[in-house]
Design a protein around this ligand. Sequence first.
Ligand SMILES: *[C@@H]1O[C@H](CO)[C@@H](O)[C@H](O)[C@H]1NC(C)=O
Ligand SMILES: *[C@@H]1O[C@H](CO)[C@@H](O)[C@H](O)[C@H]1NC(C)=O
Length: 207
Amino acid sequence: MAAPSAARSLLLCVMVTAFLHHLQLQIPPVATAAAASPNKTDGRDDGRGKTFSLTLYQHETINKTAYMVVDGVTGAGVSQTTTPFGTIYVFRDDLTVSADRASRVAGVAEGSSITTSLDGLQSLSLAKITLHGHRGHRGSVSVLGGTYNTKPSDYPVVGGTGDFAYALGYVRSSPLDLRGRTVTYKMELHLYWPPYAHYAPVPHKPV
Ligand SMILES: *[C@@H]1O[C@H](CO)[C@@H](O)[C@H](O)[C@H]1NC(C)=O
Ligand SMILES: *[C@@H]1O[C@H](CO)[C@@H](O)[C@H](O)[C@H]1NC(C)=O
């Protein structure tokens, strides 16, 4: 005997809710996993997910490693800390192991920023951060988020490749010195892998 359709949709609704609840229970406590492991220099695996933290230094020199490729249209003018609304900036900056620009290069940060505030201080940034085997780690992390030119900014990690496949977390970028032609940013990577990432297939290198 077929159930009346109202009863059927109620049943379906209950099943979907139960399924979602089940899923929710499987998802690890996201924010606490990273916060609970204040290991600033390396990673660990506590069964709730692997964590990895690392600090590098990004050096950006205008007209050498970073260029304004589209002029902005209005708002603040070009200054050391501001760019007109709509400005598009492209960069490819070395990442070194210490704040000294002459220290060992561990990777590269490449990306772009679009000025999105009329005071010229904020932008939307996207970047790919690649490590060339630093501390045995090879791969990249992609980030997307808002930049406040004169203050630290947190970028959500949208994913990764190589050793960082399935990584989540955030990257904090803080300007150390905004004067002069080369600006140095402290870049702190805080990554974690939720437990289900352990069961995900390892992606093959694209050809
Ligand atoms: C950080 O991680 C490394 C490598 O797993 C470990 O040897 C070290 O004891 C950890 N430090 C802290 C403060 O947990
Ligand atoms: C960078 O190059 C542009 C175009 O040549 C120039 O207008 C600008 O003044 C330069 N900026 C710096 C800081 O050198």
